[in-house]
Write a new protein. Structure first.
Length: 613
């Protein structure tokens, strides 16, 4: 804020210093000149009466009704033949003209004509070669073509180049170069801010700031573009007033929002006033230019006064360095704006420079710093919020991990308990039930030693099936199938029955849940037991395969025995147990039997497994 305030007062002070009447050494600045009206005279007149006038000379006041060619003459003294060049400097030569030294043309400045509009905002300076000067009295003539009364002839500076050039360069920089810099920076800033605002949709204040920069850049081009075709004069003036009004209205809206004084009707009134001047000029044409220039801009000063009031209220409420700097910038802005308005209406020294763009530049700098500070603080708050959120997320992740481990522990305990319950239930329903039934039969004397041996052998087989499918370190169902085949083959050989196993499309490892593997093995065991006990078969075959699309495990047990009727009551031969086991694991079971033999087929669905190698 301090930098913006110092820049504002520094620029204004430098500009005023560079243009002050007392800045030039004695004898350099001429505030009086001889004047003569000489219609269409192209060379300095010698036979016309000259009158004495004070510079700056405003024709509307001193020479009403005069149009055509007028001449100004000043005399300056050179003590001895000049060695170093001199310089003639005119702070204001808006309509162009020509300069003569001792009757010789020194330079000409382009003026308006039928096809072009000319309005020089920059000062003009011209070197005078030592050969063009003479010892003693010298004359400088300035010719100006007057097309209307709204013209002014500034004071004239003549002296050694080392004395005059710093005056010229100072005014040129502050009145023209600064305007060029302002145009470039504000338009570039406007494009940058508006592009970000449109893309990111930040707070509306940022959009207002971008629009203010755009309008002020367009307004300031009025001080940079000095010549243009006459046909473009009216559109260019419309753009000028539209950009000036847009800047004042947009900055007032910004200050109202900054002060927390949003009034919808007031904002609508400001926006409605903005296009009135440009539209009147566009519709009415050049005839309305003077009225628009005077009254529309007076209304903008009134709006700026509202801006000052809103800013002062905000400064009183906030009392922060930023709000105080904003108050200072706005106050200086309205003072400079009134100064420029009086200057444009011819109510003050016409040689004074326009000052508003210094204040507007400072105001944009202060507003830009405030918005940048707000944006930076917002980013800091977002980063802090993100950091806090990240900490909370990390904390929740740790809590979730702890809870997950607890759930896993509970799940493992539950799985162990369920497995324990399943084993106990299976042993109770299988081995336990079988032993109890056999014990009851033995107590009744229904079992001979051979029967007891068979019962014990079946119980051992059932126990080994459970061990094969539940013992850790096993390879699963395929290993258990191999073990069961190893134990059953001797019994089949002893009974005179050939037992064959066939494997098709099996992977190296087949992952089947323990419960399903146990039930599949029991289906196989009971089916083969039925073959030995009841089929009177000469051979039995077991086919183990993987079916695809979808992936399924298939177990088929067939024999060449006499067969039976599966639907006959009392002839189930344990078929109900086989069906119950298949249903328990969700497998499909098919039992087919006739005089040529019996085939039991079990199909168990599997997830996708690797193809056999």
């Amino acid at each position: 804020m301090r930098i913006a305030r110092a820049l504002l007062f520094g620029l204004a002070a430098a500009c005023l210093t560079g243009s002050a009447h007392g800045a030039a050494p004695a004898g350099v600045r001429f505030v009086e000149a001889d004047f003569v009206f000489a219609r269409d005279a192209m060379q300095p007149p010698t036979n016309l009466p000259w009158s004495r006038v004070t510079l700056p000379d405003r024709w509307a006041e001193n020479w009403p009704g005069i149009t055509g060619t007028v001449w100004y003459r000043v005399r300056f003294h050179v003590d001895q033949p000049a060695v170093e060049p001199w310089m003639a400097y005119l702070p204001r030569l808006r309509e162009g003209g020509a300069l003569f030294v001792n009757g010789q043309l020194l330079a000409s400045v382009r003026g308006p004509d039928a096809g072009n509009y000319v309005r020089w905002m920059r000062p003009h300076a011209f070197l005078i070669a030592p050969t063009q000067l003479q010892a003693g009295t010298n004359e400088l003539h300035v010719r100006v073509d007057v097309a209307s009364e709204d013209k002014t002839m500034s004071s004239i500076y003549v002296g050694p180049e080392t004395v005059v050039r710093p005056l010229y360069e100072s005014r040129h920089f502050w009145t023209y170069t600064v305007a060029q810099i302002t145009v470039f920076i504000t338009l570039a800033l406007a494009v940058f801010v508006l592009a970000i605002w449109i893309r990111r949709r930040m707070a509306f204040d940022f959009g207002l700031f971008g629009l203010a920069s755009l309008f002020w850049g367009l307004h300031t081009t009025n001080y940079v573009i000095e010549t243009l075709p006459e046909a473009l004069w009216l559109p260019w003036r419309v753009v000028r007033y539209a950009s000036t009004g847009g800047f004042v209205v947009v900055m007032t809206l910004f200050m109202l929002r900054y002060a927390g004084m949003r009034r919808r009707n007031l904002e609508r009134a400001l926006l409605a006033y903005w296009p009135t001047g440009p539209l009147v000029l566009l519709v009415g044409g050049a005839a309305w230019h003077h009225a628009v220039d005077r009254y529309y801009q007076a209304g903008l000063i009134a709006i700026a006064a509202l801006m000052v009031g809103a800013t002062l209220i905000a400064g009183w409420r906030m009392r922060t360095p930023g709000s105080l700097a904003l108050c200072a910038a706005v106050l200086v802005g309205i003072v400079f704006g009134v100064h420029d308005y009086l200057l444009s209406q011819g109510w003050t020294d016409p040689e004074r420079p326009f000052l508003l763009y210094f204040a507007a530049d400072a105001l944009l700098i202060v507003v830009g710093v405030l918005l940048a500070d707000r944006f930076t603080r917002s980013l800091g708050e977002v980063e802090e919020a993100n950091a806090t959120l990240a900490d909370k997320v990390s904390q929740k992740e740790r809590e979730l991990a702890t809870n997950y481990e607890q759930l896993r522990s509970y799940e493992r305990e539950r799985t162990v308990a369920d497995e324990r319950q399943r084993i106990m239930q299976d042993m109770h329903d299988g081995l336990g039930s079988q032993l109890l039934t056999s014990l009851a039969a033995a107590e009744r004397g229904a079992l001979d030693p051979k029967g007891v041996a068979q019962v014990l052998r079946d119980a051992i087989d059932d126990m080994r099936l459970a061990i094969d499918t539940l013992s850790p370190g096993r390879e699963g169902l395929l290993e258990a199938l191999g073990n069961l085949r190893y134990r059953l083959e001797p019994r089949f050989r002893a009974a005179g029955v050939e037992l064959r196993f066939a494997y098709r499309d099996l992977p190296d490892i087949l992952d089947v849940p323990q419960e399903a593997a146990l039930q599949i093995l029991r289906v196989l065991q009971e089916s083969l037991t039925n073959v030995l006990k009841h089929a009177r078969a000469r051979q039995a075959s077991v086919e183990v395969a993987i079916l695809h699309a979808p992936t399924r495990f298939m177990l088929a047990i067939s024999d060449d025995g006499g067969g039976f009727d599966p639907s006959a009551r009392g002839r189930g031969r344990g078929l109900s147990g086989i069906r119950r086991r298949a249903d328990h694991i969700g497998a499909a079971l098919d039992i087919a039997s006739d005089a040529r033999g019996t085939r039991v087929t079990l199909v168990y669905p599997l997830p996708n497994v690797p193809q056999a190698t």
